[in-house]
Design a protein around this ligand. Structure first.
Ligand SMILES: Nc1nc2c(ncn2[C@@H]2O[C@H](COP(=O)(O)OP(=O)(O)OP(=O)(O)O)[C@@H](O)[C@H]2O)c(=O)[nH]1
Ligand SMILES: C[C@H](OP(=O)(O)O)C(=O)O
Length: 234
């Protein structure tokens, strides 16, 4: 088994862009509200990760770098609520400590964007990569810790249906490791990631926790959040 603590993990957050995410919520939220939601969710997830001293670094991989820069600086267009009130009160907004990189041209999709980010994670000196989706409103540092400390080479934190993958920790291997672990995000990704681990002779473990499982894809997911949290996210 690879050591999970020799050099440490770089967290990678894939964030598509500022306009096309959360399309499955279109019947409940207008485009402006969906954009504010994408911003608030991403800031929450990145805040949790940059506060986590166990991580070697945090990388956001996106098709829209200016949008993500604005998200992380608190200046995202159309953003209301906590960050604008931070600016009005003169309190410092969170400093940018995530490394924002652009995914390759040609719409490589989520798995292709993560392949690209893997190279940055290697250059940051990590020996593991922790993928964390940007739509986890209940994610805490303890959820991240549960994945980082699970006793397996490959660790999957599932969604609420136990079929998807919301966090994934994999060994990076060296440049002699070919393309490395194949990311299999998409329908049935939990089983696909377990199968990929087994095919490579790696052990795997699955983490089920409320904070890592509660992604926000559907209107039912949205309706299931506490009203006060929904109001904060918009
Ligand atoms: N960089 C990058 N991130 C992506 C891409 N597709 C999805 N993501 C991110 O991957 C995570 C999981 O995305 P999904 O829940 O599948 O999709 P979504 O964009 O949030 O929402 P839908 O529009 O409802 O599919 C989110 O953090 C997305 O922003 C992509 O093509 N490139
Ligand atoms: C990418 C996918 O996430 P979802 O689209 O279900 O949030 C998955 O679980 O692999």
């Amino acid at each position: 088994m690879t050591s999970r603590f020799a050099a440490g993990s770089v967290a990678v957050v894939p964030l598509r862009d500022g306009v096309s995410g959360k399309s499955r919520l279109a019947a409940a939220l207008d485009p402006g509200a969906r954009r504010r939601l994408v911003v608030a969710l991403a800031r929450h997830v990145v805040d949790v990760l940059v506060a986590d001293e166990r991580l070697v670094g945090v990388v956001v991989v996106t098709a829209d770098v200016p949008f993500v820069d604005a998200v992380l600086s608190g200046a995202a267009p159309g953003l209301t609520g906590s960050s604008s009130s931070d600016r009005q009160s003169g309190l410092p907004v969170r400093s940018r400590t995530a490394d924002v990189i652009r995914e390759p041209d040609g719409r490589p999709g989520l798995n292709g964007a993560l392949d690209h980010a893997r190279e940055r994670a290697r250059r940051l000196g990590a020996d593991r990569m922790l993928v964390v989706h940007a739509d986890l409103p209940l994610l805490t540092g303890d959820d991240v810790g549960a994945v980082l400390t699970a006793d397996a080479d490959v660790v999957v934190a599932t969604d609420r249906h136990a079929t998807g993958t919301n966090l994934l920790s994999v060994p990076l291997g060296g440049h002699d490791d070919g393309d490395g672990f194949s990311f299999r995000f998409g329908p049935g990704s939990r089983a696909a990631h377990e199968a990929e681990a087994a095919a490579r002779g790696l052990t795997s473990a699955v983490v089920h926790r409320t904070g890592s499982a509660a992604d926000l894809d559907t209107i039912d997911d949205w309706a299931g959040l506490p009203a006060a949290l929904r109001a904060r996210l918009l």
